[in-house]
Ligand binder design. Structure first.
Ligand code: 13P
Ligand code: SF4
Length: 301
């Protein structure tokens, strides 16, 4: 009997990769799909931590990452030994970690969150009187502290793509637009950018905001996130004037180098069974990492 191969693609991959996928989504949607899709083989056109999450949630499946180098700066900037020490220094805190983290990092966490459910999960922990420490994304943590008045200790890693958005380039872009203008932003962006935004949310959250847009039809909408999602926004609302938020004047360079390693050739090869297999996590590691992820999935039901 032939194996059932399912291809998943994150919104940040190129349009031609999204067109090769059975399911396109943000990290929460893809994690859920990976868990429930019943595939024998999952080709994950995203980055390594996403493929690891798929394997942890569906250990029976063979999970293949098309490009072995497709990591994430939030993972590479986090030394797990130092993180363990930080965790020990904050032993009386609930450790909430963003899903953009390695399997070892997840195994050291009490909760995993994505940008879609981070606000609600942390609010519920505070409502229970808990103290929360947040890792690895310093920008996301700083935004949550600012927005809700928390004083969470933060780990200090950033997304190398979103961290480049800045107020100066945005001010310049805004000044060049005479009419109505809006800014929507992913919470991995720096706080001054998020404070300026009309909407802050996950990749899907921003897409939904665009779908529902009913204000000035000629408004310019700047999007501060990875450029892959502009394709989905354009498909959903071809009538709107949607632009990438600039990083510096004239630069349209908000592209994640790791997501873009998912070339057509690499994905085709992975679908044929070549590529990097996520087969290096021990059963013990996966069990420890699964617990905080399952907690999140249960909360998000
Ligand atoms: P989402 O959780 O919005 O899919 O974002 C993942 C990511 O890597 C953002 O840079
Ligand atoms: Fe990581 Fe940033 Fe790329 Fe997302 S966009 S995968 S956070 S480096």
């Amino acid at each position: 009997m032939s194996k059932r191969v399912v291809t998943l693609a994150h919104y940040y991959t190129q349009p031609e990769i999204q067109q090769m996928a059975d399911k396109v989504g943000d990290s929460l949607e893809l994690s859920l799909y990976a868990k429930e899709c019943g595939a024998d083989v999952i080709v994950f056109a995203g980055v390594r931590f996403m493929a690891e999450t798929a394997k942890i949630l569906n250990p029976q499946a063979e999970v293949i990452l098309p490009a072995s180098g497709s990591t994430c700066s939030l993972v590479t900037q986090t030394d797990v030994t130092a993180l363990q020490k930080w965790r020990e220094e904050h032993a009386d805190y609930v450790h909430v970690s963003y899903i953009n983290s390695s399997a070892e990092h997840k195994a050291l966490s009490d909760w995993i969150v994505t940008s879609r459910n981070v606000d609600d999960i942390i609010a519920s922990l505070y409502a229970e009187g808990k103290k929360v420490a947040f890792s690895p994304d310093r920008n996301m943590g700083a935004y949550l502290n600012f927005q809700y008045g928390y004083d969470m200790p933060l780990w200090s890693a950033v997304c190398e793509v979103h961290d480049k958005f800045n107020q100066a380039a945005l001010d310049e872009a805004f000044a060049a637009v005479a009419g109505a203008k809006y800014l929507i932003a992913h919470p991995e962006s720096p706080l001054p950018v998020l404070q300026q935004a009309d909407y802050v949310g996950s990749t899907s959250g921003m897409l939904n905001w665009i779908k529902a847009f009913d204000k000035e039809p000629d408004a310019v909408i700047f999007v501060a996130t990875e450029d892959g999602i502009l394709y989905n926004m354009g498909l959903a609302r071809p009538d709107l004037n949607i632009k990438q938020a600039p990083i510096y004047a004239g630069c349209q360079c908000n592209s994640c180098p790791y997501m873009k390693m998912n070339t057509i050739d690499a994905v085709k090869r992975a679908q044929a069974g070549e590529g990097t297999r996520i087969d290096y996590l021990s059963a013990e590691q996966m069990d420890s990492a699964r617990l905080p992820i399952e907690r999140m999935l249960e909360f998000s039901k």
